[in-house]
Design a binder for this molecule. Structure first.
Ligand code: F6R
Length: 253
């Protein structure tokens, strides 16, 4: 695991943008897995800046987002499709037909989940998966549980997640209770993973990525088994790793 600890959120966003830009420069037809939420917003701003400077060309990439709320149409202001469109996709030259999301509206959950997995496989698998992390250690919407869900699936959001995401909806009762998310196996199939975390409320969850235990009650702990993970986290989110000792401290900047 490569670890970059940054001074602040701005530096985190710049470093993350460098990682994503390098992937696209190296492979213009890269398959990129995108995440939503507050954490990657700075990364997306930086990527738009790089696109405007002519440093990155998004025209060849294919995208797969981690998750989508159940019950929201693509046009809904809080759908993750809308989030990505507003915060990145409409501002760069990504091809609309190469953007993939789990659907928010469907009749057969199993069928749409199978289809999403098949689309990822047919595209050749994700080259770089961007991840945030929940305060409860979730990745995508893989919530703490007794077992890992491997493939894309329908999930009941944890109370903690609903509370955390209420800030985007104004009112907690507006937050959908279910989502479709890539599974832990879908995420682990990515050739490389970039995980971002900012702030001291993420420190506990981040420390589990260095625990030496893989535990479905802290889904992000599974990342210890992946061969190519880059963590870009600010020093507040890194607090508890430092306390746990430097043996896993591979790189800091
Ligand atoms: C978003 C996602 C979630 C978020 C996580 C952190 O697509 O899958 O796992 O990455 O909830 O969210 P923020 O960045 O808002 O703290």
């Amino acid at each position: 695991m490569q670890l970059y600890v940054t001074e602040d959120y701005r530096e985190l966003s710049k470093k993350a943008a460098q990682v994503v830009a390098e992937q696209i420069q190296k492979k213009p037809g890269a398959i990129i897995g995108f995440a939503t939420g507050g954490t990657p917003m700075g990364l997306y701003e930086e990527l738009i800046g790089k696109y405007n400077q002519g440093e990155v060309d998004f025209s060849g990439i294919t995208t797969f987002n981690l998750d989508e709320y159940v019950g929201l149409t693509r046009e809904h202001p809080q759908s993750y499709y809308h989030f990505m469109w507003e915060n990145l996709f409409s501002k760069v030259n990504v091809k609309k037909e190469r953007i993939h999301f789990p659907p928010g509206i469907f009749t057969d959950a199993q069928a749409v989940c199978r289809q999403y997995e098949a689309q990822m496989d047919e595209a050749g698998g994700i080259d770089l998966q961007i991840l945030g992390i929940g305060t409860n250690g979730h990745i995508g919407f893989n919530e703490p549980a007794d077992t890992f869900e491997i493939s894309t699936h329908l999930v009941d959001l944890a109370e903690e997640t609903i509370e955390a995401n209420a800030r985007f909806f104004g009112d907690k009762t507006e937050v959908p209770r279910k989502a479709i998310t890539m599974g832990v196996g879908s995420i682990m199939k990515a050739k490389s993973i970039l995980l971002l975390a900012s702030g001291k409320n993420k420190a506990e969850a981040v420390s589990h990525i260095y625990s030496g235990f893989v535990d479905p009650r802290v889904p992000a702990s599974v990342l210890q088994l992946h061969p190519h993970v880059t963590l870009v986290i600010d020093k507040e989110a890194a607090q508890l790793i430092e306390e746990k000792g430097a043996s896993t401290w591979l790189h800091s900047q």
